[in-house]
Design a protein around this ligand. Structure first.
Ligand SMILES: [Zn+2]
Length: 131
């Protein structure tokens, strides 16, 4: 068992909305500028919508202009895992939740300092906990 939180696809289907299931479990991508959280400026923590693990803080969220919530680093390095994604004729780095393996988005090397990284995350993969 690779992940701490392990559920069957049937269980995930029951717990998640169809949109969340498509993105978290089937590696979908929501349309830019349509997510609930890309324009969220409240202070708080972004949790995995599937398992509730704390993934990103509002302190590292920034305006990337991409239309998806963008962060320059996760709450801690171990909170997410990175995998090579060669789909759609591109080589990108996929970001998944380290606890449940849910697909979150991708990370690109064009972010701001101090990390220079842009974690481009689907709103549907996140749950916001206001401070
Ligand atoms: Zn998770």
């Amino acid at each position: 068992m690779k992940y701490e939180v392990n559920k069957s696809e049937e269980e995930w289907k029951k717990e998640l909305t169809p949109e969340q299931y498509k993105i978290l479990r089937q590696k979908g991508t929501e349309m830019a500028f349509t997510g609930a959280l890309y324009n969220n400026h409240d202070r708080g923590t972004y949790l995995c919508a599937a398992c509730g693990s704390a993934l990103f803080s509002s302190e590292t969220k920034y305006e990337s202009g991409s239309g998806w919530p963008s962060f320059y680093q996760p709450t801690k390095e171990e909170a997410v895992e990175k995998e090579t994604d060669s789909s759609h004729g591109m080589t990108r780095t996929e970001v998944v939740c380290a606890k449940c393996g849910g697909h979150l988005g991708h990370v690109f090397p064009d972010g701001p300092r101090p990390t220079g990284l842009r974690y481009c995350i689907n709103s549907a993969s996140l749950k916001f906990k206001k401070e």
